[in-house]
Ligand binder design. Structure first.
Ligand SMILES: O=C(O)CCC(=O)C(=O)O
Ligand SMILES: [Fe+2]
Length: 213
């Protein structure tokens, strides 16, 4: 009986279904309206406030790397988001994430048990060289998630494109994605190498990972 109710409880979500089929067929999905302009503006106010409080630190690669080497690979500053201490903007963010994760777990048997998200700011002139999001000793990252919080008038010439390196019939193909506000990109963490091209105007985002075990 309870199984019947569980089945009845399930409502198909067209947006999530498209995300699932895009990831299954091409290892990534781009969703332009995952967050509404209102959501983006609330989240942008939150990232800006925390940046002004000086809460961000320089992003590190792996564990103990030389500062100079780190800078030559990535130049963003990050701040991890604690769901337990979420402010109004972050609560809104996590409610959307949790709804997607519940759906993925119900329909895809992905077994997403953990998640981690951080704000990221790329100051002018910074970039993140080509890389894979999995550390050598940690294969739990299953899906990478990026959401852009840039201003509505963001232009392609502001730089900071995300480039995914795809494999099409044995040939490498670059997929260039502009960081337009409200846009979300989800991709297979263990498969797709990617990079952030040099940024010409400060670039705002939230990056995170959906993890197994
Ligand atoms: O901001 C992006 O578009 C991607 C960021 C990224 O690759 C990372 O933080 O690992
Ligand atoms: Fe990455």
């Amino acid at each position: 009986m309870s199984q019947l109710f569980e089945a009845l409880d399930f409502v198909e979500n067209i947006q999530y279904e498209r995300i699932i089929s895009d990831i299954a067929s091409q290892q990534f999905a781009i969703i332009d309206d995952f967050f509404s302009p209102e959501d983006v503006s609330v989240l942008r106010a939150s990232i800006t406030e925390k940046y002004e409080e000086d809460a961000f630190k320089k992003a590190a690669i792996g564990n103990k790397f030389d500062e100079l080497i780190v800078k030559s690979i990535r130049g963003d500053v990050i701040l991890w988001i604690d769901e337990v201490k979420a402010n109004i903007a972050e609560t809104l963010f996590f409610s959307k994430i949790n709804s997607l994760v519940d759906y993925l777990n119900k329909t895809c048997f992905l077994g997403i048990l953990h998640k981690e998200f951080h704000y990221a700011i790329y100051p002018k002139g910074t970039f993140y060289k080509r890389h894979l999001d999995t550390f050598k000793n940690d294969d739990r990252r299953k899906l990478s998630f990026v959401c852009y919080l840039n201003h509505e008038d963001w232009l392609p010439e502001n730089g900071g494109e995300l480039v995914l390196y795809l494999n099409k019939n044995g040939k490498e193909v670059e997929r260039v994605i502009y960081p337009f506000p409200g846009r979300v990109v989800i991709f297979e963490s263990q498969i797709l190498e990617h990079e952030v091209k040099p940024v010409h105007t400060k670039r705002l985002s939230i990056t995170g990972w959906l993890k197994t075990r």
